[in-house]
Design a protein around this ligand. Structure first.
Ligand SMILES: NC(=O)c1ccc[n+]([C@@H]2O[C@H](COP(=O)([O-])OP(=O)(O)OC[C@H]3O[C@@H](n4cnc5c(N)ncnc54)[C@H](OP(=O)(O)O)[C@@H]3O)[C@@H](O)[C@H]2O)c1
Length: 321
C-alpha cells in the first residue's frame, strides 16, 4: 500500500467506478467508496484495500468526514434520469454535489481532484439538462479548485464494457425483437472501453502534468447508433431489421417512455443529448499514452450468446483484465 494515498471515489459503486476501484487497488491505492446501499455492492469488498461505507454524500458534514485523510478525490456521480423533470435533479447531482465536494476537499487540504464529466458538456450550449449540468459542474471545478487543488476533468463519449447499460440494453432488445425501431439512428458516437477510461483516470492521477487539463475520451471508431446496434446484432449472431424513427415520432416515443412508462431505455433528456455528435476533437487517450480499444473487438467476448462466456467476462471485468 502507498502511504497517504487513500482515494475517495464518489460514485465508485457504478459501472465505471467498479472498474476504476479495481484499477486503483492494483496500483496500490486504498479506496474509500461511499454508497447509498452498501449491501447491494458488497462484491467490491473482495478488492483488498477497499472501504465501502453507507453515506449520504449530499450532506456536507458527511462529505467532510469522507474526504478527510484522502490525497485524492474522484467524482464519478452521474444520473441520466431525474424527477421532477425540470433540471433540478441534474443540478443537484452534477453541480451542487461538486461544490460541496470541493469545499470539503479545500477544508481538508486534498491535493488532487478528478472529475467525470461527459463529451459535449456545456453549461451554455448543451442541448439537454444532462449536458448543461455536466458543463456547469466543470465550471465549478475550474472556479472552486483554483490554486488549492490540482484538478483534471474527463469527457468520455458513450462508455461500453461487460456490465454497461448501453450495449447490454440494446443487446436485450436485439435478443427479443426481430425488428428494431431506433431513435436518432444517425447520431454519431465514439464508444470508449471502460477499461481505457479507468486507465485514463489512473494515468492522470500519477502524472502531475495532467493537472488543470480536460481530456476527451473516445474509442478508435466513430459509429452511428444504427451501426452500433448492427454490431451488437452481429456479435449475438442475430439478423435484425433496424428501422430509423423520424425525429417527430422518436420525440413522442421519448415523451411516452418518460411520462407514461418511466424506465431506463429512453427519456426526453437523453433524446436531446443525442442531437449532438458525441465524438472527440482530440482524443485524450492518446495524450495519456493509452491505445483505444475498439468496440467491435470486445462485443463478442461479453455479449456472446453463451451465458457462461458472459459470466467469465464479468469476472475478467472485476479483475480489470
Ligand atoms: N456510462 C457512460 O456511458 C457514460 C458516458 C459519459 C459519461 N459518464 C459519466 O460517468 C460517470 C459514471 O457513469 P456510470 O455509467 O458508472 O454510472 P452508474 O453505473 O449509474 O453509477 C453511478 C454512481 O453514482 C452514484 N449515484 C447515482 N446517483 C446518485 C445520487 N443521486 N446521489 C448519490 N450518488 C449517486 C451511485 O452510487 P450508489 O447507488 O452506490 O449510491 C453509483 O455509484 C457518471 O458521472 C456519468 O455521467 C458515463
Amino acid at each position: 500500500m502507498k502511504a497517504s494515498s487513500t482515494v475517495c471515489v464518489l460514485g465508485g459503486t457504478g459501472f465505471v467506478g467498479q472498474r476504476l476501484a479495481s484499477a486503483l487497488v492494483r496500483r496500490g491505492y486504498r479506496v474509500r467508496i461511499p454508497t447509498r446501499n452498501r449491501e447491494r455492492h458488497r462484491s467490491l469488498l473482495v478488492l483488498p484495500g477497499v472501504e465501502l461505507v453507507n453515506a449520504d454524500i449530499h450532506d456536507a458534514a458527511t462529505l467532510s468526514r469522507l474526504v478527510a485523510g484522502c490525497g485524492t478525490v474522484i467524482n464519478l456521480v452521474g444520473i441520466l434520469h431525474e424527477r421532477p423533470r425540470n433540471g433540478s435533479g441534474f443540478h443537484k447531482a452534477h453541480v451542487t454535489l461538486v461544490e460541496k465536494t470541493l469545499e470539503a476537499c479545500l477544508e481538508h487540504g486534498v491535493e488532487r481532484f478528478l472529475q467525470m464529466s461527459a463529451l459535449k458538456a456545456s453549461a451554455e450550449h448543451g442541448p439537454s439538462h444532462y449536458l448543461r449540468s455536466k458543463g456547469a459542474g466543470e465550471r465549478v471545478v475550474k472556479n472552486l479548485a483554483g490554486e488549492g487543488i490540482r484538478f483534471t476533468i474527463f469527457q468520455p463519449s458513450a462508455i461500453f464494457g461487460p456490465a454497461d447499460s448501453f450495449t447490454n440494453m440494446f443487446a436485450g432488445l436485439v435478443r427479443l425483437f426481430p425488428v428494431l425501431p431506433l431513435v436518432k439512428p444517425d447520431a454519431r458516437l465514439a464508444p470508449v472501453f471502460v477499461g481505457d477510461v479507468a486507465n485514463a483516470f489512473c494515468a492522470a492521477l500519477e502524472d502531475p502534468s495532467t493537472a488543470g487539463k480536460t481530456y476527451q475520451l473516445c474509442g478508435p471508431d466513430i459509429l452511428s447508433l444504427r451501426e452500433i446496434v448492427a454490431e451488437i446484432a452481429k456479435a449475438l449472431g442475430k439478423r435484425r431489421l433496424i428501422i430509423g424513427l423520424p425525429d417527430t415520432l422518436a420525440s413522442v416515443q421519448a415523451w411516452l417512455m418518460d411520462y407514461v412508462v418511466p424506465g431506463r431505455i429512453l427519456s426526453v433528456d437523453s433524446f436531446k443529448s443525442l442531437t449532438v455528435a458525441s465524438v472527440c476533437t482530440e482524443n485524450g487517450l492518446e495524450a495519456l499514452g493509452i491505445r483505444a480499444t475498439a468496440m467491435r473487438d470486445l462485443l463478442p467476448s461479453y455479449l456472446g450468446t453463451d451465458p457462461g462466456q458472459r459470466t467469465l467476462s464479468g469476472f475478467r471485468q472485476s479483475a480489470n483484465r
